[in-house]
Design a protein around this ligand. Structure first.
Ligand code: FES
Ligand SMILES: [Fe+2]
Length: 362
C-alpha cells in the first residue's frame, strides 16, 4: 500500500449553512464540442508539462521519441554530445513531419519531402536545390524547439513554455514516489489502445473506483472495496484499496494532472498518457517497467502486463457508450458522489480553471 507521506488528506466536502455544496460533473457539451476541444489543446495540453518518455529510452546519440499530443507533434532527440533536446516535429519548409510517431534512431535529421537537413541542435544545414535568392536565410529556418525538463529520469515537455517549473508542477507527486527506486526500472513493453470517446470521458472513469464492482469482475475480487479511498493533492489523485493476496495494485495508484497515470509497485511500475486526437477519439499509451528483466521473471511480468491491460480494456465499452449519451442532447450533467468521486471533482475543477482563461461557457 502507499506510504502515508502526510502531504495529502481526505478531501473535505464544503459546507454552507450546515448543508454540503452540491457537486456536479462538467457540462455534457464539453465532452464533444469542437470549440471546447480547441481551447483545451492550448490551455491544457500546450500549457502543462506532458510526459513523453524516459531518458533511459534514448540511450545513444541520434535516438529519438516522437509523440502526438492533442494535435501537437513533438520529438525528443539525444544529440551528438549526449544532450537531450525537444522540437516540434515539423519541417520549417512546408510542415512535413520529420519522424513518424514512435521511437527510433537517426544519424541525419533529413526531411523526406524535399530533403532539407538539420543538425541535432535543430539548425538548418542544407536546403538542396532551393535556388538563389537574397531573402532566404538558413539561420531563420531551423526547427522550433520545445521546453524540456526531466524528473527522476522521466522527460516532460511544455509546449507553450509558460508552465511553472516541472518540479513545482508535479505538486505532491515527488513526495509520494520518493520511496520507490523508479530510475532503476527498465522498460519491458509498450501497449497502445484506441478508444472512441473524449479524453475526459476516459479520465473521469480513471479517477474513481466507484465503477469497480460493476465493470471489473476480476479486480473487485482482489481488493476490499469497502476500504477503497480516493484522495487528492496538488495535481494528483491518489487511489488506495486494502489488497487481498495476488493483487497487482499493491503500491501507488496515481493520476497526474492533466493526462498521465502512474502505478508504482515495489518491483516495477506502469505509466500511461491519455492523449486526445479529436473531441471523440483518444489513445492510451501504456509503458510497463520492472526492476529486473531477468528471463526467469518474464512469465510473471507478462501476467502482470496482461492483467493490467485486461482491466484497462474493461473500461472501454462503458466509456464509449456513455460518450454516445453525452453527445445525445438529453443528459446535461450529473451529481458526483462525495464518497467515491472526489477525484472526478478535483479533475473537473482543474479543467474549469484552465478553460476559464479561454472564456468557455459552462
Ligand atoms: S517540407 Fe521538409 S523539405 Fe519541404
Ligand atoms: Fe476502470
Amino acid at each position: 500500500m502507499a506510504p502515508d507521506t502526510g502531504t495529502h488528506s481526505a478531501p473535505k466536502v464544503a459546507q454552507i449553512d450546515g448543508k454540503t455544496t452540491p457537486l456536479y460533473t462538467l457540462p455534457a457539451r464539453w465532452y464533444h464540442d469542437a470549440a471546447v476541444y480547441e481551447a483545451e489543446r492550448w490551455a491544457i495540453f500546450a500549457g502543462t508539462w506532458q510526459f513523453v518518455c524516459r531518458e533511459a529510452d534514448l540511450p545513444q546519440p541520434g535516438d529519438y521519441s516522437a509523440v502526438k499530443i492533442a494535435g501537437f507533434d513533438i520529438f525528443i532527440l539525444r544529440g551528438r554530445e549526449g544532450q537531450l533536446k525537444a522540437f516540434h516535429n515539423l519541417c520549417s519548409h512546408r510542415a512535413a513531419p520529420l519522424f513518424a510517431e514512435g521511437t527510433g534512431h537517426c544519424d541525419v535529421l533529413r526531411c523526406r519531402y524535399h530533403g532539407w537537413m538539420f543538425d541535432h541542435d535543430g539548425k538548418l544545414k542544407v536546403a538542396p536545390h532551393f535556388g538563389e535568392c537574397d531573402w532566404f536565410k538558413k539561420d531563420e529556418n531551423g526547427l522550433k524547439s520545445v521546453r524540456l525538463d526531466s524528473w527522476r529520469g522521466m522527460l516532460f515537455v511544455n509546449i507553450d513554455g509558460k508552465a511553472e517549473p516541472l518540479i513545482d508542477f508535479l505538486g505532491d507527486v515527488p513526495d509520494l514516489v520518493a520511496p520507490y527506486p523508479i530510475e532503476s526500472f527498465t522498460k519491458r513493453a509498450d501497449e497502445d489502445f484506441a478508444i472512441k470517446c473524449n479524453w475526459k470521458t476516459y479520465t473521469d472513469n480513471f479517477v474513481e473506483g466507484y465503477h469497480i464492482p460493476g465493470i471489473h469482475p476480476g479486480l473487485i475480487q482482489s481488493i476490499d472495496f469497502n476500504g477503497f479511498e480516493t484522495t487528492y493533492g496538488k495535481h494528483v489523485v491518489i487511489m488506495k484499496a486494502p489488497q487481498k493476496s495476488g493483487s497487482i495494485y499493491g503500491g501507488l495508484w496515481l493520476w497526474i494532472w492533466p493526462n498521465m497515470t502512474l502505478s508504482v509497485y515495489p518491483d516495477g511500475m506502469n505509466a500511461s498518457r491519455i492523449v486526445p486526437h479529436t473531441p471523440r477519439s483518444t489513445t492510451l499509451h501504456y509503458s510497463f517497467y520492472f526492476q529486473s528483466l531477468a528471463p526467469e521473471l518474464a512469465a510473471a511480468q507478462q501476467t502482470t502486463i496482461d492483467t493490467n491491460c485486461q482491466i484497462v480494456r474493461e473500461d472501454f465499452g462503458i466509456c464509449e457508450q456513455s460518450q454516445a449519451n453525452l453527445e445525445g442532447g438529453i443528459y446535461q450533467r450529473g451529481p458526483l458522489s462525495p464518497r467515491h468521486e472526489m477525484g472526478v471533482k478535483y479533475y473537473h475543477d482543474e479543467v474549469r480553471a484552465a478553460l476559464g482563461t479561454q472564456d468557455i461557457r459552462e
